[in-house]
Write a protein that binds this ligand. Structure first.
Ligand code: FAD
Length: 585
């Protein structure tokens, strides 16, 4: 029996229900109403993209009453179901997911449907923060030192950014606030954060401690190596998207105008290379021009920002010449794409009496879909930064969330998801998402054509540097010792064996098996970044090199990914960017 089809049925049913809910338009009263904008209208600032970074910048700039801001977003208000944390696994493949195809490299991601990654990304006010996985991990201080080095500007190092981390958040966990890491956190920011609530992770935490991980109350403080229960951007049962937190706060300001369902197709320049306006394509299929007196801030995300730049004449000269685009600034736009990529490893555990999809208290849709722990580890004995991370979800036996997690979120092929679902019948499953923190491999984003509504070509570049695959094999071999811990033995834990072609004949305890597994099970962890990075493309004030009055503020501007979850890095990037823009007002 093809068990995956049951999961697909659930997904289809849930998404059908979402369609009905959307008619009620339940999130709109919280968000800025839609502005009506005339062709040729002029604003002080235009922000392109009302996603994670764009929402933050819009809120911060409109704190200044003397200027006005137009925020242009290709999507609409996020639908009500996006605010419900437990619906997370049903959100990909909806009209508010770009679901960007990537190019099949015939090497990585071969056990995903279509033999290539589909890159989930939010198309709505709030952007990817309306459908992402809500785990908040800043990463390691070395990550931000790398940014400072790339930017040649020490104001991007961790100590300089710490006030922005604090400013951005409203942590509501007394356990963290009263701990030694309390001073690393804010309690007055816009983004509410609460700690993993389920309180059933002790066995799993103990197993990691036995493996040599240090138990931490908080991985966002002075120590970033260890195992912990994470912080989530969830408060009072509601996902804290950047629309929910930042745009709702700015909703009634008379200097914020939000143009929804409208795509920016091009940045317009005068003869002195000043960015003076944008060309837009509205939802009623009109092409119009909007002008900016002061600046344009591009925040269209890691795929669309390089596409808009290239279509506007900013990108690699030879590539733009192929499409007869006049070159305004010859820059390596799109050439340094980076992502976190990794695998899922699953262990069958015992049947926990308090965790069952069918019990009245679980799943609780107001929380993250499963009890969760996060682990950060290096194989170097004295390391101060992690080599890899695991996110461990304890899925209850017969979980209704597992099929959609496997098939709709990760998009593994039916053969993989069937085995996963079968293994969950009558047994809890530890579903571990496992990935390298600082991969060497880089991909690229290129134009496919000059149609701004079409997708560009995305080459993920996973394992293009084979050191990543060699390292992944070593890290996974180390991780496989989890099965030998006291708790795992006590419940006769079993690794789920997916019968992977080419790996099948290898000894399950060997490096060769785990290297093979790493390649065959590879998937994105949805942290694409660095297509227009500070350094080669942006200066340290985030201005696009070679032109004036144009900045980039989103994940594309990060020089590299952080050793954690990317949104924390995007949030701090946007908070600092807003201050940089204000300094030049
Ligand atoms: C499935 C998934 C799970 C994730 N899980 C986590 C997690 O658990 N924790 C974490 O920290 N991070 C997570 N992330 C990563 C994080 O969500 C992203 O890194 C971050 O939200 C990116 O922010 P951004 O501002 O760069 O882009 P986005 O938030 O994607 O915003 C870009 C916006 O620009 C709009 N836009 C695009 N083109 C145009 C145009 N031409 N004109 C007008 N508007 C345009 C888009 O519609 C979108 O709203 C996850 C991401 C995904 C996709």
């Amino acid at each position: 029996m093809d068990l995956s089809t049951i999961g697909q049925g659930f997904v289809g049913g849930a998404q059908g229900l979402f369609g009905l809910l959307s008619i009620l338009n339940l999130t709109s009263p919280k968000l800025p109403s839609a502005a009506s904008v005339e062709d040729g209208a002029i604003f002080d600032y235009i922000i392109v993209g009302g996603g994670t970074a764009g929402s933050i910048v819009a809120n911060r700039l409109t704190e200044e009453k003397d200027i006005n801001v137009l925020l242009i977003e290709a999507g609409e208000d996020p639908e009500i179901e996006t605010t419900v944390p437990g619906f997370m696994t049903f959100l990909p493949n909806t009209p508010y997911d770009y679901n960007f195809p990537t190019v099949n490299d015939n090497f990585s991601a071969q056990n995903l449907k279509g033999n290539a990654v589909r890159m989930t990304a939010g198309k709505a006010l709030g952007g990817s923060s309306v459908l992402h996985h809500m785990i908040q991990v800043r990463g390691n201080r070395r990550d931000y030192q790398r940014w400072a080095t790339a930017a040649n500007d020490s104001s991007w190092d961790y100590d300089s950014l710490l006030p922005y981390f604090i400013k951005s958040e409203q942590v509501k966990s007394p356990e963290i606030l009263n701990s030694e890491t309390g001073s690393y956190h804010g309690t007055e920011g816009y983004v509410n954060m609460t700690k993993e609530p389920h309180k059933v992770n002790k066995d799993i935490l103990d197993a990691f401690v036995e493996m040599g991980y240090e138990y931490l109350v908080d991985v966002n403080g002075n120590k970033t190596l260890g195992v912990a229960e994470p912080l989530f951007v969830i408060d009072d049962g509601v996902r804290q998207s950047m629309a929910e937190c930042h745009l709702s706060a700015a909703k009634d300001r008379s200097n914020l105008f939000v143009y929804k369902g409208t795509t920016v197709t091009k940045i317009l320049f005068d003869d002195d290379k000043n960015a003076i306006g944008v060309e837009i394509f509205t939802k009623d299929s009109k092409t119009m021009t909007i002008k900016a007196r002061k600046e344009i801030i591009l925040a269209a995300g890691v795929i669309r920002t390089p596409q808009v730049l290239m279509l506007s004449g900013i990108g690699p000269k030879t590539h733009l010449n192929e499409f007869n685009i006049d070159v305004i600034s010859d820059l390596p736009v799109g050439e340094t794409f980076q992502d976190h990529f990794g695998v899922v490893v699953a262990h069958k555990l015992n049947k926990s009496p308090i965790l069952t999809s069918l019990s009245p208290s679980f799943p609780d849709f107001k929380q993250f879909p499963a009890p969760t722990t996060v682990g950060f580890k290096s194989l170097e004995p004295d390391a101060t930064y992690p080599d890899f991370q695991t996110i461990n979800l304890r899925m209850p036996h017969n979980s209704i969330g597992l099929p959609s997690l496997c098939s709709n979120v990760f998009k593994y092929k039916n053969s993989i998801c069937n085995e996963m679902i079968r293994s969950n019948i009558g047994r809890d499953l530890l579903f571990s998402v496992f990935f390298i923190m600082q991969p060497y491999s880089r991909g690229k984003v290129e134009l496919r054509n000059t149609d701004p509504m079409d997708y560009p070509s995305i080459y993920t570049g996973y394992f293009s540097n084979t050191t990543d695959l060699d390292n992944l094999g070593s890290y996974l071999l180390h991780f496989s010792a989890l099965a030998n811990t006291t708790y795992f033995k006590s419940v006769d834990a079993e690794l789920v064996d997916f019968n992977l072609e080419d790996c099948n004949d290898l000894d399950r305890n060997s490096y060769d098996y785990w290297r093979c597994y790493g390649l065959k099970m590879s998937s994105t962890i949805w942290h694409p970044a660095s297509t227009c990075p500070m350094g080669p493309v942006l200066d340290s004030k985030l201005n696009v090199r070679g032109v004036k009055k144009l900045r980039v503020v989103d994940a594309s501007g990060l020089p590299s990914v952080n050793s954690g979850q990317l949104m924390a890095a995007v949030m701090v990037f946007a908070e600092k960017a807003a201050d940089l823009i204000k300094e030049d007002m």
